[in-house]
Design a binder for this molecule. Sequence first.
Ligand code: ADP
Ligand code: MG
Length: 250
Amino acid sequence: MVRAEGVHKRFGRNEVLKGIDLEIQPRQVCCIVGPSGSGKSTFLRCINHLDKIDGGRLWVDGQLVGYRQRGDKLHELRTSEVAAQRREIGMVFQQFNLFPHMTALENVMEAPIHVKRESRSAVRERSAKLLDRVGLADHSTKYPSQLSGGQQQRVAIARALAMEPKLMLFDEPTSALDPELVGEVLDVMRQLALDGMTMVVVTHEMSFAREVADLVVFMDAGVVVEAGKPDDVLTRPQHDRTRTFLQRVL
Ligand code: ADP
Ligand code: MG
């Protein structure tokens, strides 16, 4: 579902991704862990073409992200083509970014109606089901300000799912939450994983990674230091940098 080959990204002189190689199979959950500033968010944003890569290749579901290849040359896709690629990828951020003037249900309905131009009645039905799936059936008419952080983040997940993405990206989805609200969001993500969604999750929740991930990737300073099964990376890390990081967070 995701393949990165030698992905490079720099901001000015700051080389943030220094050749990322990674492969994520359909239905797999990949958790990316690593210290702050190591390039985790940038890598997620590259998968979505919110950041453009400067070197290497990146594919989602067999499609080159943001480019078309002719011979050896890459040509940038048109804005509409990039938008079409992005519609297939859901993203959930640390800050929930809900529309404050819309109810939970309206937040979930917004993109399918205005971006995909689906019929209001079909979208309403699907959105109500999604809110039920994230445990918020009774809160659909509430505004974000009337919901807890954990509830808002679950609305944000439902909103991303409403576009029926084939891949979900999560960038520290529980980092802004009070500790007692983290579990309810992780529960929703765990269920999503069980339902077979392909997910890339940047997280500091090591127990979630250990339990749910098929693949754990430890990034540091713009490189993948090691990647593998949760047990191998989190219990028997091969590299000092991984060990040092784990000692700090566990
Ligand atoms: P992480 O998510 O692992 O904490 P980031 O991907 O956010 O790391 O950042 C990696 C590096 O890239 C940091 O040094 C950060 O300052 C830099 N960076 C990220 N986004 C930008 C940007 N839009 N412009 C300039 N520098 C950026
Ligand atoms: Mg980040």
